[in-house]
Design a protein around this ligand. Structure first.
Ligand code: SF4
Length: 419
């Protein structure tokens, strides 16, 4: 049996999670390796049981589960399910780090981490409202790897690789293209484009997960962007703190620190993802002077209730992360089973506002189809607009009047709040 060096927290985990770890032995034989950055990722495997292997992000990647065969040694599937899942992963591959896998309660088929990472038969179900690229990113692609939709900001997709392929991913369409990393030529063209477009003051590094790349490669991108004087802000979208917290190591963080101001947006969806390891990873980033915001996605059966969302957002605040956005799940092919109604999102925000601190309440966002952009939604707190006052509905449901300052009271027919 493989002996894995675990953190005290990991040792405390329940026996079912220990069983999941035992299965890592099986995954070791597979050693699917993420491409590119050979000097850092294609390193020779450490022998199983190596001191500290669990805390080594490259070990986590090397030992990730990437096939239904490996998964079926951990979870029970019928032979029909195995057959169907094998077809699904041809289109939508899977990869799960040993760390993220160890958070799953194997005895719970509805475990929120399992639902986010283990392929499901539902990915093959037909939903007529879904598309491969509902947000029209390809339409707004100025150059390979660069989406320029909003006037002052651009999105740079560095790779399609992620330590875990989230089953609800908006860019699921990219997965079947194989693992790619933006070429040097593509990147040079992107830097030249941004340099020519002086209105671009905000660059978002995305993917895939930029932190799936080597530190040297990430630094190269940051260095080039920092040479463009009108780029004021660089944001990095990463799920590593959640699914591969070992990646947030001293080497990475001390490099990032040199390129501030940076902002990290991460992606916790459920309170079970807030562990000692993920908290430590976020703390490292925060201690480097880099703010961390969270962008969750509303997912049916995972976090689509007020209680879970409050627990998640309060938990995030406790580890210093600001709940920033709560996204409506986009109508992406292969994710229809995760989608909730817009009313559900509004109901959750209504159940949060006033019932917990405002800092814990994210902005509920629906991303418009075909590049229409983000639409922030709030429950309606305006009951009516009268000549001198508004009638508001408070968070407890009570109605009350609110008078404007006298000098600007008057005819508000131009306001469209009625109804
Ligand atoms: S980490 Fe982000 S980009 Fe990667 S699979 Fe998950 S949602 Fe998609």
């Amino acid at each position: 049996m493989t002996v894995i060096q675990r953190t005290p927290e990991t040792r405390e985990r329940k026996s079912n999670k220990m069983t999941a770890n035992n299965n890592i032995k099986m995954a070791e034989d597979t050693r699917h390796i993420i491409t590119d950055d050979k000097e850092t990722i294609h390193e020779k495997d450490e022998p199983p049981g190596h001191e500290g292997a669990w805390g080594d992000w490259k070990w986590q990647l090397r030992n990730s589960i990437r096939s239904i065969k490996e998964l079926s040694r951990i979870f029970s599937f019928t032979s029909e399910e195995i057959e169907r899942l094998n077809k699904i992963v041809v289109k939508y591959p899977l990869t799960i780090t040993p760390y993220y896998l160890s958070l799953i309660d194997r005895n719970n088929p509805r475990d929120p981490i399992r639902l986010q990472s283990v392929p499901a038969i539902d990915e093959d179900s037909l939903y007529f409202d879904v598309q491969d690229d509902p947000l029209g990113e390809e339409k707004d692609t100025a150059l390979p790897g660069l989406v320029h939709r909003y006037p002052d900001r651009v999105l740079l997709t560095l790779t399609d690789m992620c330590p875990v392929y989230c089953r609800h991913c908006t860019r699921k369409r990219e997965w079947c293209r194989g693992s790619w990393v933006r070429t040097k030529e593509d990147l040079q063209n992107i830097y030249a484009y941004i340099a020519q477009h002086k209105e671009v003051r905000d660059v978002i590094l995305s993917g895939g997960d930029p932190f799936a790349l080597s530190t040297a490669k990430i630094e190269d991108v940051l260095r080039n962007l920092r040479q463009i004087h009108h780029v004021e802000i660089i944001r990095i979208g990463t799920r590593c703190p959640v699914v591969l917290p070992q990646r947030i190591n001293d080497e990475l963080v001390s490099m990032l620190k040199r390129y501030r101001p940076l902002w990290v947006n991460t992606h916790f969806n459920h309170p079970n993802e807030i562990t000692k390891e993920s908290s430590r990873a976020c703390d490292k980033i925060l201690c480097a002077g880099i703010p961390v915001n969270n962008q969750s996605v509303l997912l049916k059966g995972i976090n689509d209730d007020t209680e879970t969302m409050i627990k998640l957002c309060q938990g995030l605040l406790k580890i210093g992360i600001r709940p920033y956005y709560m996204f409506q799940c986009d109508p992406v092919s292969g994710t229809g089973h995760f989608r909730t109604s817009v009313e559900k999102g509004l109901e959750i925000i209504k159940g949060m506002r006033g019932h917990t601190s405002g800092l814990a309440v994210p902005t509920f966002i629906v991303d418009g189809l075909n590049g229409q952009g983000k639409v922030p939604l709030q429950p309606n707190y305006i009951e009516s607009v009268e000549k001198d006052y508004f009638v508001f509905r408070g968070y407890k449901g009570d109605l009350f009047k609110y008078y404007n300052p006298e000098e600007i009271s008057g005819d508000r027919n131009s306001l469209q709040f009625k109804g």
